[in-house]
Design a protein around this ligand. Structure first.
Ligand SMILES: C[S@@+](CC[C@H](N)C(=O)[O-])C[C@H]1O[C@@H](n2cnc3c(N)ncnc32)[C@H](O)[C@@H]1O
Length: 230
């Protein structure tokens, strides 16, 4: 199998590569709709930000709640792979997949099992994973949540599940073109993205032949488990 980085612009890639820079320096990033009035001004605005430093730290209690009962874990859009490390440390089978060359290099340098490529490429262990993760807003990958949960479901075993971290607003269900902007105003290329709350996720799950079997929150973060509907 040949794994190559996805040539399509995706989270934080292209342009001034703010995601790769932030990973190396552990900065903060903002996700902004590309139809926002002036992307350059948004770096100074008081918007919700991705704390890339959190992704480079160890998994926290909320993160760990997603793999408590797992026997093996595939982390989709794993970044520097804190969830892969957590799974490996617990003796679980684990693999991360990410299109970011920088994130994958950091994970591989740390000795973690991570492959470079898109979730939509062929992946090792297709159809055998116990739990596939879509955390940290990764339900947005590709901008088509129904297609993404269908794809994530296809990589788990028939008895497996997909754990999705949902948006804070349970009703939100939006897809849009976005850019990532760092604290210096450096913007990525435009890429398709989406945000989905827990109520809306049920509709995407149903459209993909899945159902929500469990919903839980830890602090401000909410997670849903998707399983095959029949
Ligand atoms: C919001 S960040 C989440 C970071 C990550 N969960 C972590 O712990 O660092 C989105 C991640 O998804 C990755 N990504 C975007 N499109 C992808 C795709 N099609 N397949 C796999 N990973 C993708 C990005 O490179 C980025 O690392």
């Amino acid at each position: 199998m040949t794994m190559t980085a996805d040539p399509q612009p995706t989270f934080g890639s292209g342009g001034a590569e703010p995601y790769a820079r932030a990973l190396r320096r552990e900065g903060r990033l903002q996700l902004v709709r590309s139809d926002a009035p002036d992307v350059a001004d948004l770096a100074a605005a008081d918007l919700d930000a991705f704390d890339v430093a959190r992704w480079s730290r160890g998994a926290d209690v909320a993160d760990l709640s997603t793999i408590l009962d797992a026997s093996s874990v595939l982390d989709i859009g794993c970044g520097p792979a804190r969830m892969v490390r957590a799974a490996v440390d617990r003796g679980l089978g684990a693999l991360g997949v990410d299109v970011s060359v920088t994130a994958v290099a950091m994970a591989v340098d740390a000795g973690l099992p991570v492959v470079a490529g898109s979730v939509f490429d062929a992946l090792p262990g297709e159809g055998t994973w116990d739990v596939a993760l879509l955390l940290d807003g990764n339900i947005g990958i590709g901008g088509d949540p129904t297609a993404l949960v269908a794809r994530a479901s296809s990589v788990v075993a028939p008895s497996g599940s997909v754990v999705v971290e949902t948006a804070t607003d349970p009703a939100v269900d939006v897809a849009y073109d976005a850019q990532v902007v760092d604290e210096q105003g450096r913007a990525s290329a435009t890429f398709p993205w989406a945000e989905v709350g827990r109520e809306a996720l049920g509709r995407h799950a149903a459209a993909a032949g899945l159902r929500v079997s469990q919903t839980w929150s830890v602090g401000r973060r909410t997670f849903c488990r998707l399983v095959r509907a029949s």
